[in-house]
Write a new protein. Structure first.
Length: 344
């Protein structure tokens, strides 16, 4: 039996939804994580500081009594976003970051950005105020293959935006490619990248081989094995550019298991056990804390958590297959390997 102690982790990319779904799945993240960057792609989206404050209150009300969990709110960037509202909400401590969705890129992204010139003023105000921009990095052009959309986004959109807006602090969220990892690594102090739990475990074969596996379908979609290995090398390297953002994204089973299933993997329940297994496999348990608990706070200019969690290695750990919510059952991500690390 082996035991390790790390500072309590944070999740720098999390979907909690709203209503009955929020009530059902919020405790899963609050159990292991101290803070989380909360995605704003509700229906309707969270686009103003007042809406972010109201959503934060709903999240706090959904937590179990005594839970020590702080939601860090984001605003959904639209072509009508008011830069003054963004700066004010950040100065008031309501909002931590702003989220950029290219219109049509993923779940509930129809209100996202199509013309980047229309958000230039917002981005310049964010750069001046030091407000991070969290980016879903995919183009949506019909002539670009879905497996190439991240690499094309870096060349066509992200790099020009960063060059045009000096000082803008950017998080490349849920990177899935070697190109994404290389760009983040070379990007300097104003650029960071989150990596999900599931993209460290699955490649595109998990979705497609032996029949369609809807609970492994996510956006950005998992790529070739060479890209998965590049992500693992980045995550386990200790490089401060990379930190955990689970992109844990719950959908009820009927919306996943149909002819046009929703994108998203729900990993909040078992992420820490999976990560410990991955880092152990790669001989990098001594760098797990950097990825889960240190690099993210450093980028967001927040102190790391003072409390700690203990992971103990022993017999395989069992997790529930599903989380029951008031909206219906949500399937927990299956990593397709035994998990030997128990949290707590």
């Amino acid at each position: 039996m082996e035991q390790i102690s790390i500072r309590r982790p944070d999740d720098w990319h999390l979907h909690l939804r709203d209503g009955a779904m929020l009530q059902g799945i919020a405790p899963e993240s609050a159990r292991d994580f101290a803070r989380a960057i909360i995605m704003p792609n509700l229906v309707p989206p969270v686009v103003t500081g007042d809406q972010a404050a109201a959503y934060r209150d709903r999240i706090l009300a959904a937590l179990p009594e005594g839970a020590d969990f702080k939601p860090l709110m984001t605003l959904y960037l639209t072509e009508e976003t008011d830069p003054h509202d963004v700066v004010r909400a950040h100065a008031d401590g309501i909002v931590t970051a702003v989220k950029l969705y290219p219109a049509g890129a993923t779940t509930n992204s129809a209100s996202g950005v199509r013309d980047f010139d229309k958000v230039r003023g917002v981005l310049e105000a964010m750069a001046e105020a030091g407000i991070p921009l969290c980016v879903h990095g995919e183009v949506v052009d019909a002539d670009v293959d879905i497996f190439d959309r991240e690499a094309v986004f870096i060349d066509r959109i992200l790099d020009p935006v960063r060059r045009a807006t000096p000082g803008l602090r950017v998080v490349m969220e849920h990177i899935t490619t070697r190109q994404g990892a290389d760009y983040a690594r070379a990007g300097g102090d104003d650029l960071g990248a989150t990596i999900t739990t599931h993209h460290l475990v699955i490649n595109r074969n998990a979705i497609l081989v032996g029949g369609i596996k809807p609970h492994y379908y996510c956006l950005p979609v998992a790529k070739r094995e060479e890209h998965r290995l590049a992500l693992r090398a980045a995550a386990t390297s200790g490089d401060a550019s990379f930190f955990l953002g689970t992109d844990s994204a719950p959908h009820i089973d009927p919306l996943k298991e149909n002819a046009c299933g929703c994108a998203g993997c729900f990993t909040a329940t078992n992420t820490l056990s999976i990560l410990a297994e991955v880092f152990e496999q790669d001989g990098a348990l001594d760098r797990l804390e950097a990825f889960t608990s240190l690099n993210g706070p450093a980028f967001y200019r927040l102190p790391p958590n003072e409390t700690r969690v203990t992971l103990t290695r022993g017999e395989p750990v069992s997790y529930p297959d599903k989380i029951e919510t008031g909206d219906g059952p949500v399937t927990v991500f299956n990593p397709m390997m035994p998990l030997h690390w128990r949290v707590g």
